[in-house]
Design a protein around this ligand. Sequence first.
Ligand code: F6R
Length: 611
Amino acid sequence: MCGIVGYVGHGRALDVLIGGLKRLEYRGYDSAGYSLQTDHSLTVKKCMGRVADLENMDPGPAACATTGIAHTRWATHGEPSTINAHPHSDSTGRISLVHNGIIENYKSLRKKLLKKGISFDSDTDTEVLAKLVGSEVEKGKDLFTAVKDALAQVRGAYGIAVLSADQPSTLVAARYGSPLVVGVGQGENIVASDVAAIVSHTRNVIYLEEGEIVEITAGAISSSASDPKMSRDRIQHVDWDLAEIEKDGFDHYMLKEIYSQPESLRNAIRGRLDMEHGTAHLGGLDLTAEDMQSIRRIVITACGTSWHSGLIGKYVIENLSRVPVDVEYASEFRYRDPVLEDGTVMLVISQSGETADTLAALRLAKKRGIKTFGIVNVVGSTIARETDAGVYIHAGPEIGVASTKAFTSQTMILSLIALALGRAKGNLTRKEGQSICRDIMAIPDKVESILAGSEAIRDISRQFTYANNFLYLGRGVNYPVALEGALKLKEISYIHAEGYPAAEMKHGPIALIDDLMPVAVVAVKDAAYEKVISNIQEVKARRGRVLAIATEGDREIENLADWVLEIPSVDDMLVPILSVIPLQLLSYYVAVARNCDVDKPRNLAKSVTVE
Ligand code: F6R
């Protein structure tokens, strides 16, 4: 949510800021702005719309500035507009501030400032913070101290970068609850909400701690944390390939990411399967076989697509290990009083590692003495750092707002955990474990073969360009796939879609079915096959149109469904990693045909760092 970049150095700040914002635009894209510092003054430009619109604005003489901050916004307080866009200024216009997060007590702070005669132009919580910093500066404080004292009055979440016209070549940044990273260069430093904005300049980064405030100049970074001089041990090296954050010839990041799944799945599996013993080793979990044996219950917490992979995890873990699993929406878990008995562990799933609700659920579990394990993509993210141990899914940067490769890699990691637990608990024999290992190893090639048939999926998708509603059905381990298929379609094509366990259809949703209602059904040859066929018959009897995701070579279904997309056969518990692929492609092609902005769907943003 919202992207922040700040630069201080010897280069043209504007280029670094615009380049950085383009990399961060997936975090929010309703408005954008920057502030550039020159000769004891600040030049602020902002606009509604995309970073490209901001780039077209004329910065005047500030174009040669070497210090600046910038922002791309996902609105929380106040509609998207130029006035509400960041940066916001203090009353004198000598302070500029960009912010990601929410200031929860902004109303009471605003009242106090109004009483002091300070007026406001925007509807945002951020402007309150800018004015607050300004009022601290007016007391004669330097920028660092003013920011520190202003933040001491604030309740909420923030990642901020602040400039003062009176402190040249210096910026102050701080974080609490929203991510912020400092890129450490040679005679230049960059601060950003995500390393994506930094890697083309330097690969040496420092992840700021919760509550940390830093003062950044071209040659130094000093911090409010216990190590004020920021020793070099805090520097971590980012080893991404820049190509990973480029579109690489694909029309959209989402398509590139769908196509990169054979590779991302290979990365998830690499070095983790033990064919000889028919098990998996996930070093990051730091669990011995005895530790695993002592696990009595697992609570999985996550949001959105990550929650769907968690739900698949429930089916797979319970099936392979007989350990009971509860799957909780992080936003619900955090606000109730969950029962967490001895022997319970928590798996926290998050692509970004920054989702506010997931982070809060994790913190609640830790407070209650529960051991927590992360299944995270973004290395060094808050959830990765705060969980007791964890596994990186190694999917590489996911930039398309709709999550695809992270989902399949999360599901793969959950299958590896299920396998390891199943073996440790003695629920799976070595031979059974070896057979699952073989099936897991074959998955990336099978994904490749589904992708090779994408033309057929594109052709079929044309049928649905003008659909208004869509139903997705699946049973057992494929029920979460139905949920995920529906989510993918609605978020990028704006077609209303619902996912249901197939048998639930007759308890209500069947009323919606007519000849205009497409129904996508995961109908693979697994234990539930016959039942799913009956559900398809029920749809057909009401003149519904059925798109079936079926096992290669299934002739029976061809006579029943209107359209069939085939996937290779695989162990029942691993099917979701394959059955979701045609559904990802389907939603992609439908959205493209409807002229939707696939990578930046309306109202959405990647990395939901607000509640
Ligand atoms: C949907 C999507 C979201 C995220 C959710 C959790 O395509 O991307 O539903 O899955 O916001 O995000 P993470 O996994 O970053 O915690």
